[in-house]
Design a protein around this ligand. Structure first.
Ligand code: ASP
Length: 581
């Protein structure tokens, strides 16, 4: 027998018991006559004690083991004189009578402790060691719990978990495809799914009615903290429903998770149209943990001879409450922040509402006290407030002010990781203009249904057509999105035409789906949540990397297994492919 108990469970109720434990050496300490070893497994840490006076040989043996050795010990549970209230086993220790080294270990390249000295690269290379650390293990335990609760909730709602294939053809979700050459079909390639979108729609045509899958998706796009080339979605689809049904069921799922996993009652989720989100926050995923909504100032700021504002399409600002005391240096920092290439603004105007009631702006030359009072009224200003104002092209300046708002939120400590602000953003535009290719792209994906009342505008004002599409946002992160789908061949063909597909291309790429629509497709719609992001929000992390057991680095590499890598010439030949590098 390797063990009778885990390293996380012994306590005062076990006093006097003879037990066997097995695990890794967390650390050992030699205190003259006594040697202590902390032994660790998935469940916790137990202190082992060896006494020189009682068993010299055993104590000598204990001194030989180092960090990360795998050991097995037999001993008696005794009460500790020096208790450690921080760990569940902290009241007891194991007086060891026999020690066996099951496997020695090289010294690990970084400390396997909650706070490690290992840099990112090193930890990625030795991910299997990094995963021994409690914070990472806890993230994966949380992930597991969430997956179980998701299955429980969706099963209760009659959803069926159905697997869909991984070797498919392109399902456009706005990214590049990863492709896999087919040996049996020389010159032809599979694409890995950017999502199971078309398959889940086909399952609706098949009558499955409520589908879900916790599923890997693959998108070849530039990586950031919340993006990995392969990631996991909670993917769902439902038939005979309307948008309202989907929002309610998935609000229910999210509420269920907050309750069962975090013990939080999260309340009803507010809803906001895309247009309002852009107008009030400059973002389709606003962080609503704090207010600081945008205030548009065209009426009070233009026409006073200040050319920057006069020439701008939009003058818009935020009220940073109680920041009138900001020093010149702090204001310069903010100006530098908005001038960074990632934000791209050219300048910022500010106006202080001083405690004595006076208003002082950085553009006093152009604006009288009366003018500034009108600004302040727009901001609903109070003494102590600081107004920060940007101007320019509407879309651009909104994005820039969004960055500034988030920065101010962070500086003012308003983005508390333990506070959760969910929000449904609804009524997304159907199409989005892409400068680079000079044509419209589907904002969500090509299967999203336009709002019936807007279809007539497809030809005249395509950019104004709204979709039955929705996103769930939590704390400024897009957690998921979905839409009501087109279930009619003619409308789907029209949509593909508007997206620039020729009839032949549309048939080649999506003929199977349009054909299916001719065999009795029910009205349907769905949603997908980014599971990694949801777990990272629940665990208070900024990056999804540490909620994934084996993630890739920012260049899309797995440095542990060294992938991607070249393949043998013979393999290339077999696949009928040549590279040009
Ligand atoms: N397939 C979509 C996505 O991956 C989600 C959906 O529309 O259900 O974003």
């Amino acid at each position: 027998m390797h063990r009778t108990n885990t390293c996380g469970e012994l306590n005062l109720n076990d006093l006097g018991k003879e037990v066997i434990l097995a695990g890794w050496v967390q650390k050992s300490r030699d205190l003259g006559g006594m040697t202590f070893i902390d032994v660790r497994d998935r469940y916790g840490i137990t202190q082992l004690v060896f006494n020189m006076d009682e068993d010299k040989d055993l104590c000598a043996q204990a001194r030989e083991v180092s960090r990360e050795y795998v050991i097995k010990v037999t001993g008696t549970v005794v009460e500790r004189s020096n208790k450690n209230p921080k760990i569940p086993t902290g009241d007891v220790e194991l007086k060891v009578s026999a020690l066996e080294v099951l496997n020695p270990a090289k010294l690990p390249p970084f400390l396997i402790e909650d706070e490690t000295d290992g840099g990112d690269d090193l930890r990625m290379k030795y991910r299997y060691l990094d995963l021994r650390r409690a914070p990472l293990r806890n993230n994966l335990i949380l992930r597991h719990k969430m997956a179980q609760e998701i299955r429980k909730y969706l099963d209760n709602q009659n959803f069926l978990e159905v697997e869909t294939p991984v070797l498919i053809k392109s399902t456009p979700e706005g990214a590049r495809d990863f492709v896999v050459p087919s040996r049996m079909n020389p010159g032809e390639f599979y694409a890995l799914p950017q999502s199971p979108q078309t398959f889940k729609q086909l399952l609706m045509v098949s009558g499955f009615d409520r589908y879900f899958q916790i599923v890997k998706c693959f998108r070849d796009e530039d990586l950031r903290a919340d993006r990995q080339p392969e990631f996991t979605q909670i993917d769902c689809e439902m038939a005979f429903i309307e948008q309202e049904d989907i929002l309610n069921i998935f609000e229910g799922l999210t509420t269920h998770l907050f309750k069962t996993v975090k013990g939080l009652e999260i309340g009803d989720f507010p809803r906001m149209s895309y247009a309002d989100a852009m107008r009030l926050y400059g973002s389709d995923k606003p962080d609503t943990r704090f207010d600081m909504q945008f205030v548009e100032l065209n009426e009070v700021a233009k026409g006073k001879g200040f050319p920057v504002f006069d020439n701008a399409e939009l003058v818009v600002g935020i009220n940073a409450k109680n920041c009138a005391h900001y020093t010149r240096k702090q204001l310069d920092e903010l100006t530098d922040f908005i001038k960074r290439p990632q934000v791209g603004a050219t300048g910022m105007v500010y106006c202080r509402f001083n405690a004595d009631g006076t208003l002082k702006s950085s553009v006093d030359k152009f604006y009288s006290e009366e003018d500034l009072k009108a600004w302040s009224a727009a901001f609903q200003g109070e003494p102590g407030d600081l107004f920060l104002i940007l101007s320019g092209n509407t879309d651009k300046v909104r994005k820039q002010l969004n960055e500034l708002r988030l920065e101010m939120g962070s500086r003012l400590g308003l983005r508390d990781k333990n506070k959760f602000a969910p929000l449904w953003v609804i009524d997304f535009p159907l199409l989005e203009w892409d400068e680079e290719s000079s044509r419209y792209h589907a904002m969500h994906h090509p299967f999203t249904s336009p709002k019936p009342e807007d279809i007539a505008m497809l030809d005249t004002h395509p950019g104004d057509v709204r979709a039955n599409a929705y996103d769930l946002v939590i704390n400024g992160t897009e957690i998921g999105g979905g839409s009501i789908r087109i279930h009619d061949r003619t409308l789907q063909a029209l949509m593909l035409k508007h997206l620039g597909f020729s009839k032949e291309e549309a048939q080649k790429q999506f003929g199977f789906l349009m054909d299916a629509f001719e065999y009795g497709a029910p009205p349907h719609g769905g949603i997908a949540f980014g599971f990694d992001r949801l777990v990272s929000i629940f665990s208070g992390l900024d990056s999804i990397r540490d909620v994934i057991a084996f993630p890739k680095n920012n260049s899309g590499r797995d440095v542990m297994i060294d992938s991607p890598s070249t393949i043998a010439d013979a393999q290339m030949k077999e696949l009928s492919i040549k590279t040009t590098v």
